[in-house]
Every structure is written in C-alpha cells, then in structure tokens.
Design a protein around this ligand. Structure first.
Ligand code: SIN
Ligand code: FE2
Length: 202
C-alpha cells in the first residue's frame, strides 16, 4: 500500500477544470507584472531548469548569494504583485492556519525541467504548512522523510491536485523527477505550473 509520510496530504483533483482555468488567468496576470526569470544555484550560479516568479509580500529567490525571501522582483526591482484572492481562499479552506500566506512561489516547468530533492526550510515560521497546487502537465513528484537519505517514494501529480506539507511532514524532502508531456491541455504550449503558498515569519 502507498502511504504518504505523516503530515503530508495529497488531494487529487481538488480544483475542477473551470477553477484551474480561472486560477491560470490569475497567474497570467501576476506573470505579466512579475515576469518569470531563470533562478541560479547558490555559489555556482548554475541556472535551474525551472523558471520562477512570486506573488505576495515576500518572494522566494535563489541566486549566487544563496536562498532567501525578498520583497521585490530580482530583475524588475518592483514589489511582487498581491496573492490572488482565489489562492487566499484555498489557503483558508485547506491550511488549518489562521494567518494568511505571505509568499506564493510560482514555478514553471517546461517538459524537460525537473527539481532536485530538497526541503522548504527558509521560513522562520514552520508551524504553517506549505500548500502546493499543480496546473498543466502531470509530473512525477518524489517525497521522502525529514532527513536526507531516508527512503523516498514517488507518485503522479495531475492538474488540479493539491499537496500539503504540514506538521511532521513540513520539512519532508521533496522534488520533481519528471514532467509527463502532453498530459494536460490546460496550458496551450504544455508544461507545468506549480504554486506554493507559504508563511515566512511568525
Ligand atoms: C517546490 O518544491 O518548490 C515545487 C514542488 C512542485 O513543483 O510540485
Ligand atoms: Fe519545495
């Protein structure tokens, strides 16, 4: 039997097609103000395969200097756009946390992009969960324990699925092994968008 680590929840098909389309429109509006850019690995400056942007009071960044949250876009210098109300409502519905999210990281995966196993641990408030929403092509998502080297398992995330990393699973290692091209018609040119809502400060 397939058992997720404690504190990790997968809600398949939480958003129906119309909700996915509306959310995609919201994200397009964000991206027109805060364009996707190519993040870099700390120290080496090696570009990631995923492109990123953010909305919210804070946005998560990585470049040669390291990982951090900052209140403005690294290329335009402008403040991040506000988190769309649809996402705030999802957070209220599913997070079990009273304070609203401060950051929403927007990842865009083309069909060859992936993301290595990592923890989301740049937040000083770990009492709130990370709420993740998938749109577009399916992916193979990998999840493990809270220490590197513990066993991992992978499962498929489809457009409209939600994953919540909370409680004992808040620091679970996770990553994206691969994108399954042409598995969704939501994005005209294919690829996958992942949104993660986070609290950063207590
Ligand atoms: C992330 O960990 O930032 C993204 C996870 C995903 O794309 O599902
Ligand atoms: Fe992550």
């Amino acid at each position: 039997m397939f058992v997720l680590p404690k504190g990790v929840r997968h809600i398949p098909g939480h958003l129906d097609r119309d909700e996915q389309k509306s959310l995609l429109d919201d994200i397009r509006a964000v991206v027109s103000e805060a364009p996707l850019y190519r993040p870099e690995m700390p120290r080496t400056g090696k570009p990631l395969s995923v492109r990123m942007t953010n909305c919210g009071d804070l946005g998560w960044l990585t470049d040669k200097t390291g990982y951090r949250y900052q209140d403005c876009h690294p290329v335009t210098g402008k403040p991040w756009p506000a988190i769309p109300s649809r996402l705030l409502a999802l957070w209220e519905e599913l997070s079990g946390h009273s304070a609203p999210p401060q950051a929403c990281l927007i990842n865009f995966y083309d069909t060859s992009a992936r993301m290595g196993l990592h923890q989301d641990r740049d937040e000083s408030d770990l009492s709130a969960p990370v709420l993740s929403i998938s749109l577009g092509d399916a992916c193979l998502f990998r999840i493990g324990g809270t220490a590197r080297g513990q066993p991992t398992k992978s499962f498929r995330l489809e457009s409209g699925d939600i994953v919540i990393l909370g409680g004992e699973g808040r620091l679970a290692f996770h990553g994206v092994d691969k994108i399954y091209p042409t598995t969704s018609t939501l994005l005209k040119d294919g690829g996958r968008i992942n949104l993660t809502l986070r609290r950063v400060t207590a």
